[in-house]
Structure formats: structure tokens, C-alpha cells
Design a binder for this molecule. Structure first.
Ligand SMILES: [Zn+2]
Length: 433
């Protein structure tokens, strides 16, 4: 099955599943947009009307249409004093959890069902912050798939979730369980831990079998594993190739958590679709990104905010702090170099490491290291939709696409922090906020 077929499949499922929501929103919504950035990358326009029927954008016209001129019941959403743009897409979240000083105890006390409940809470916060679609890159599979499906079926409110379940990782690597006594480590080892190409091929197929929309792998060490094993390559070249080839043969894309340049470059050579973090990427990485067209998802929020908040918090052990400071010092410089070189960049925050709902703070960090405001918005709309193979559905406000629309009081093109307090959220033609 091709990637497109797969995404189309997801789409059909989503459409079939949201009957609850769709029936009550079959009426027409009319938006008066003071300023409309319909297609990020192109110039915004003033005084436009957007007409939505059901969950789709039916037309966009000049001036403010009189609601009485439209057939049937019409819900007027007056955004004539607002800046209107497409719903935002965060390509890297973990909706089921959030780091607190005591989160290491969660493994002892928090059930899978409770994780789903927490996920519902964080999903709602994320949607209200203006993020109408997220890619969840790592969490208890049963809980995140249930949350994804409940949102698609209109049972609960939240962003559309593209879910990866738990990460494929090497034994003892980032993504495996660490820090507990051996009896507990044995009990809690995720089923997606794999060593050698054959185990990794099977783990990939099983992840897809149980519901993964994407495969997430941890190609290198990670800051938050409580192990002093560095941030270099952990999955070997043959394991990376096997996972990516197998996933692609099933029409599924692969995202690699990768800090060290050795792991970034090995994953790019193996055909990865997105590199998450990319902290120590080098000149060779930039060449490989440009050759392959792979995307970089920078996640500056944890890179910059984590080192500021680690002292005095018992979650951050000495092993974690050492890696956190090293990564924080390198991230801004290397991500900026990739941006300047024209690497494809999609927006991501790693929310859970930093609090959910503050996803919009990533934009200001991008601008601080050199992104133009428009390019930061482009990364969270057009680019992210393209990486998801979802460009025909989301990422811009155009005829026939899903009506995922947000608004801010002022223009984020002149002050990017406007995206930290979004005033209006519409998802699939329903007014959420
Ligand atoms: Zn992450």
C-alpha cells in the first residue's frame, strides 16, 4: 500500500468515524476574516469571507457575505478584527504524560487507562492552544490509539492525532526502560525493543499491526534516559535500514529521534522521513537532508528551556543533566545552520518535556535563532502537512480542505508571540473556542 493510499485510508476512517460531530455541524458556518493568511508563504489578504459546510471549506470570497444571503441555518463567526490562519500542526508531542518532579513514580502508580484519561486532558489543552493536528511520537500504544480513535469518532474533543505508539529502540538504548531494579526492568520492557535486523523487522510489522500510523525510532541516545550512555548512534545501520524498508513497504513513514551527527547521518542514509531534534547535525547532515528531502523537526523548546529548569528538580539526575546541558548548548547553532541551508523543516515541540498547551512558544524560539515569522508558520502548516502526506486535507485554508482554522488578535507576522494566545479555534467546522 502506498503512503498516499494509507493516508487516504486514515482519512476515510476519520470521515466515517465523526458522524456524531458531522451531523450536528451540517449547518453552514460563515467566517468574516479581517486578515486572512489562507496559504502560509503567500501574502495575507483583508476582508474575506470563508463559508464552511459540514467539516469542509466550501468557498472563500472577497468582502463580508451577509449571512441572510445563504441557505439554511448559518453560524456567523465574526473575526473581522482578527488575524485568521490555518490550524497549527505539532509534529512532535507525547500527549499521555507531562514531566513533573515525581514522574518517575508514574510507572508504579499510573494505569494504562489513567494514561488515556491524562491524554484526553492534554489533548483538549493542545487543541485550545490552536493545534488542530498533532503527531504523537511515543506513548503507551493502547492508550494513545484509543484516544486517537475516540477523537476521530467525535466522542471526545482533541486535535487529530497521528500516533506512533511506543518507540522502536535498542536494548538498553533510549526508549527502553531504565533506572529501576532488574525485576521491574524485565516486567516493563516495551514490546518494541529490538536488536538485529530480523527482530527490528518483526517489531516494525507488529507496531503497524497494533495500530501505529507512523514508526518512531530512537536512532541515538536521549537526554531523558537515566543512563550515562551519551547521545550518539544506538540503532545500527542494518537495523535502521531494515526498519525503514519494512515500514515503507507497508506505506508507513518513519521518524527518528536523533541527537548525535553519527545517528542523524546514518538515519538519513537509511532513508528516514524525519529527524527529530537533530541537535548535533553537521555539514554532511545538511547535504544528506537536501539530497533525500527528509524533514528536520527541531524541538527547540526542550533544547532551550530544559537546561534552564533542571536544577533542583529531582527528575533530572546527574546523567540527564550532563546530556541536557550539552544538547542545549549545541541545538540553536546547528538548527539555525540547517534553516539557512534550506533544509525542509517541520514544526515540533516535544510537549510533555515542557508543559502541554505552551506549544506556541516554539515559534518565538525559532524566530530568535533566525527564522522569519512566515517560515516558522509555514513549518507548522504547509511543511507539516506535507510531511504527513496530508497536504490535500490540512495545512492551508482552501476549497475542499478540512475547516481547521484559528485566529489571533494581532498579526503573528509582526509579533510571533501572538501564536502563544490564540483567540479562536475551529476544528473540522466546529467552533471549539
Ligand atoms: Zn519526544
Amino acid at each position: 500500500m502506498s503512503t498516499l493510499t494509507r493516508v487516504f485510508g486514515i482519512c476515510i476512517f476519520a470521515l466515517g468515524g465523526i458522524n456524531l460531530a458531522a451531523q450536528e455541524s451540517q449547518q453552514t458556518m460563515l467566517i468574516h476574516a479581517g486578515t486572512l493568511l489562507a496559504i502560509p508563504g503567500e501574502a495575507p489578504q483583508s476582508r474575506k469571507s470563508i463559508i464552511i459546510r459540514g467539516d469542509r471549506i466550501a468557498s472563500i470570497v472577497d468582502g463580508y457575505v451577509d449571512p441572510a444571503s445563504l441557505d439554511g441555518e448559518v453560524q456567523l463567526v465574526d473575526l473581522s478584527d482578527k488575524f485568521v490562519l490555518p490550524g497549527l500542526i505539532d509534529m512532535h508531542v507525547h500527549l499521555l504524560s507531562e514531566i513533573t518532579p515525581t514522574s518517575r513514580n508514574d510507572a508504579l502508580y499510573v494505569t494504562t487507562s489513567m494514561q488515556a484519561m491524562r491524554g484526553f486532558h492534554f489533548a483538549d489543552i493542545t487543541l485550545r492552544a490552536g493545534f488542530t493536528t498533532v503527531r504523537d511520537l511515543g506513548g503507551e500504544p493502547e492508550a494513545i490509539y484509543a484516544l486517537r480513535d475516540a477523537i476521530n469518532q467525535g466522542i471526545v474533543s482533541g486535535p487529530t492525532i497521528i500516533a506512533a505508539g511506543s518507540s522502536l529502540a535498542a536494548t538498553g538504548g533510549h526508549g527502553d526502560v531504565d533506572g529501576y531494579k532488574p525485576e521491574l526492568l524485565k516486567l516493563w520492557t516495551p514490546e518494541t525493543i529490538c536488536d538485529g535486523p530480523y527482530e527490528c523487522r518483526k517489531a516494525t510489522r507488529e507496531a503497524v499491526k497494533f495500530g501505529a500510523d507512523w514508526i518512531k525510532i530512537t536512532a541515538t541516545g536521549g537526554v531523558l534516559s537515566d543512563t550515562a550512555t551519551g547521545l550518539g548512534q544506538q540503532l545500527t545501520d542494518d537495523e535502521l535500514r531494515e526498519i525503514i524498508t519494512t515500514a515503507h513497504s507497508l506505506g508507513i513513514k518513519v521518524a527518528a529521534h536523533a541527537h548525535g551527527a553519527d545517528g542523524v547521518n546514518a538515519a538519513l542514509r537509511a532513508g528516514i522521513d524525519s529527524i527529530e531534534h537533530g541537535t548535533f547535525l553537521d555539514q554532511e547532515s545538511i547535504t544528506l537532508f537536501k539530497q533525500t528531502g527528509a524533514y528536520l523537526v527541531p524541538t527547540l523548546l526542550p533544547g532551550i528551556r530544559l537546561p534552564e529548569s533542571m536544577e533542583g528538580n529531582p527528575f533530572f539526575t546527574d546523567a540527564i543533566k550532563a546530556k541536557g546541558y550539552a544538547a542545549g548548548a549545541a541545538a540553536s547553532r546547528n538548527i539555525a545552520a540547517a534553516y539557512r541551508a534550506g533544509v525542509n523543516i517541520a514544526f515540533g515541540t516535544d510537549s510533555a518535556v515542557t508543559p502541554h498547551g505552551l506549544n506556541g512558544e516554539e515559534f518565538a524560539l525559532m524566530v530568535r535563532i533566525g527564522f522569519s515569522e512566515m517560515d516558522a508558520i509555514y513549518a507548522a502548516t504547509i511543511s507539516a502537512a506535507a510531511l504527513l502526506s496530508y497536504s490535500d486535507q490540512i495545512g492551508s485554508i482552501e476549497l475542499g480542505k478540512l475547516a481547521d482554522i484559528i485566529a489571533t488578535d494581532g498579526s503573528p507576522l509582526s509579533d510571533i508571540t501572538e501564536l502563544e494566545h490564540v483567540s479562536t479555534v475551529i476544528k473540522h467546522g466546529r467552533l471549539i473556542k
